[in-house]
Design a binder for this molecule. Structure first.
Ligand code: ZN
Ligand code: ZN
Length: 418
């Protein structure tokens, strides 16, 4: 038996929750007067949904349309739905979302449910349902990944997620701790979070602009279990902090964010790399990953835990064995310092340098907004149904930028900007 909290837990500070809603609307989305908003959230996050709806309407939103998902409903499907249904998805819903995005509707996703929800279910069914979902969602996802519109992801401390992160605490205490960790990482624990985000965006822009000025042809990562050369895509562009969507709105897609990131060349990654933190992937923990790349492709993959699931992920499609993102995050980032494993990429990827298997971001190319998919592929951009970030940074990692003439520039030393 589990219960969902439809009012904020007594341990979630209502003032900070309200500030998080305000930051999601004003900084994350930068919602424009008259703009519609499509919002997805777990039922557990309803207190934040309500605060966001109020801030959105006060900012002049046209229509705010929420879609809620429930853990019990999801589990009922895995236990009782007919087998053939696991190859289907609610395509009509995703088509509607894609249509809304093409009419300039902004998108906000709240994460907050149990990352291990499906860990006890049949992995074949989970994989089939995920694949059907990814295929059906693709037209909508392309508009998000291509930044057609302003969008944002933000987190709410759902009770089942909090119990996973703080298993030794009573539920109320766990929710309180996760809430404070989210508020602090999302920079809403000060008096003026909108100003704090302006400062943070400026700091990320300095790193981003330096890397764009250097135009490295590759990055070389060295550390325990790692000697990896990541060739960068031709005409790659570093991103970080706020970005401008194609509809002209400057938004912060992820709250929190600590990374500057770009597109690797799908054919130019060589060497071996070890993960430095566990990866929570659809209910399974994959830990102790060690892979070897040849000509951009993973040719050997091991994991101390979850190796079978990792193998399945790599077999999703041809692009699943190649990189779609490389991101730099200092070891001293606030999320890393918290020492908390969130089991959620939105947070965990901001604790460490990481690479992602699968789909690249068009935004990470110079003039990427106007590049056709075949141009992106010709410049080294990878394509896949998946995009899975995993952490390779630590206090021991060194990174060199490699110039086209082969000379090297220190970028990171011992996990920090050099
Ligand atoms: Zn990333
Ligand atoms: Zn990523």
């Amino acid at each position: 038996m589990t219960s969902h909290h439809l009012v904020p837990s007594a341990t979630v500070d209502p003032a900070k929750l309200d500030r998080l809603a305000e930051v999601a609307v004003r900084v994350g989305l930068n919602l424009q007067p008259g703009q519609d908003l499509l919002l997805t959230a777990p039922v557990a996050a309803l207190p934040l949904v309500r605060r966001i709806a109020e801030h959105a309407y006060r900012a002049g939103a046209g229509l705010v349309t929420p879609f809620l998902a429930d853990e019990e409903v999801a589990l009922a499907r895995y236990r009782h739905a007919p087998d053939a249904s696991f190859d289907r998805a609610a395509g009509w819903l995703y088509e509607g979302m894609a249509r809304a995005f093409s009419q300039n509707t902004a998108r906000l996703a709240i994460v907050g449910d149990n990352p291990m929800l499906l860990s006890g279910e049949d992995p074949q069914k989970v994989a089939r349902a995920n694949k059907a979902n990814s295929l059906a969602y693709k037209p909508a996802l392309e508009k998000i990944a291509g930044f057609d519109i302003n969008w944002n992801i933000v987190a709410y401390p759902g009770a089942s997620w909090a119990r996973q992160v703080f298993p030794d605490d009573a539920e109320a205490a766990a929710v309180g701790k996760l809430a404070e960790a989210i508020f602090s990482a999302s920079r809403v624990d000060g008096d003026d979070p909108v100003a704090a985000w302006a400062d943070h965006n400026r700091a990320l822009a300095v790193r981003r602009d330096w890397l764009n000025g250097e135009r490295f042809s590759a990055l070389r990562f060295t550390g325990p279990g790692t000697d990896l050369t990541v060739g960068l895509a031709d005409g790659h562009e570093w991103q970080g902090g706020a970005s401008t969507a194609k509809n002209g709105v400057v938004c912060n897609a992820n709250i929190p964010t600590e990374e500057v990131f770009t597109t690797p060349h799908a054919l130019r990654v060589e060497g071996h790399v070890s993960s430095t933190k566990p990866l929570s992937y659809q209910g399974t923990l994959i830990d102790g990953i060690a892979v070897r790349f040849e000509a951009g492709r993973i040719v050997e993959a091991r994991a101390a835990r979850g190796e079978e699931v990792l193998a399945k992920v790599l077999d999703t499609d041809e692009g699943a064995r190649r990189l779609g993102e490389v991101a730099l995050v200092p070891h001293s980032s606030p999320i890393s310092k918290s020492g908390i494993l969130f089991y959620n990429t939105l947070f965990d990827e901001n604790a460490s340098c990481h690479i992602a298997l699968g789909q690249c971001y068009a935004k990470c190319f110079v003039g990427g907004d106007r590049l056709a998919p075949d141009r992106i592929a010709a410049q080294g951009g990878n394509s896949s149904l998946i995009h899975i970030d995993w952490m390779i940074g630590s206090g021991e990692i060194d990174i060199d930028g490699v110039r086209p003439d082969g000379s090297r520039v220190p970028v990171f030393r011992k996990g920090e900007w050099a």
